[in-house]
Design a protein around this ligand. Structure first.
Ligand code: HEM
Length: 227
């Protein structure tokens, strides 16, 4: 009975997640289409008509970022992990590659074009990219040196960072539904926008860190389970 309830809960979380992700993915693909079109700069401030590295970095960034956020939840499913170990490993490698490319492309774009919200948002997004890139590298490194505890800890950080761009939109959606957009401005200079520049990844990393520390001190059972 407990197993059935847990399966139903997992199913519900997955359905809710993918339903909320759908408009975001549709938007992302739309932006890629715009980026590849003749009049990219006319249709979005993200692109310039020089069709240079900045445009290419943004298109690549959106494509790999979309794949990353779409696939990352599958990596946490216990059933898939234990029954299809090869799939888990292959997906893990793909997620690391996607995280590295997404982070790198974003960090290339920011110094070239900045962000709509100005220097603070640019700094926050750059930090986010750096965290994602580092987590991707560390997950791979921990797997290579067979440090299972380290691999688990960095995997957890990578998971929350990979969800970051979805969490960013989720925070905005909930806030607009609740307050009509209080403290948010179209140029992202409102107090809510400034807080949001960091609030979609820093608190989640802190909570993950507390969780990891509690596990390390033995509060939550063994750090890693048998495969
Ligand atoms: C994790 C998966 C990610 C996904 C799915 C994603 C997706 C997107 C999308 C769809 C846009 C276009 C937004 C729009 O239409 O206004 C965008 C913009 C942007 N992203 Fe990401 N992103 C991700 C991660 C990152 C990371 C790690 C960085 C930091 C290096 C980053 C930096 C940026 C920047 C600077 C912009 C332009 C912001 C602006 O001025 O409006 N993103 N991203």
């Amino acid at each position: 009975m407990r197993k059935l309830t847990s399966r139903m809960m997992t199913g519900l979380v997955l359905v809710l997640f993918y339903l909320t992700l759908l408009p975001f993915v549709a938007h992302g693909l739309g932006m890629v289409g715009i980026g590849l079109s003749q009049d990219a700069a006319g249709q979005s401030y993200l692109f310039s008509d020089r069709r240079d590295v900045g445009n290419a970095a943004m298109i690549l960034h959106i494509l790999t970022g979309m794949l990353l956020v779409t696939l990352v939840l599958l990596q946490l499913l216990r059933g898939l992990r234990s029954r299809f170990t090869r799939f888990h490993r292959m997906l893990g490698r793909l997620l690391v590659a996607l995280a590295l490319i997404t982070g790198l492309a974003g960090m290339t774009y920011i110094p070239l074009r900045g962000t709509i919200g100005g220097p603070l948002m640019s700094a926050a997004f750059f930090l986010y990219g750096l965290c994602l890139f580092t987590a991707g590298l560390m997950v791979a490194r921990m797997a290579l040196v067979r440090d299972r505890a380290g691999h688990w800890a960095w995997g957890l950080r990578l998971f929350w960072l990979a969800l970051g761009s979805w969490l960013y939109r989720l925070h905005y959606t909930i806030w607009y539904l609740l307050t009509g957009g209080l403290g948010s401005r179209p140029d992202f200079s409102g107090p809510f926008d400034l807080i949001q520049s960091f609030a979609f990844f820093v608190p989640y990393l802190l909570i993950a860190q507390i969780w990891i520390a509690r596990r390390r001190s033995g509060h939550q059972g063994p750090l890693v389970t048998a495969p």
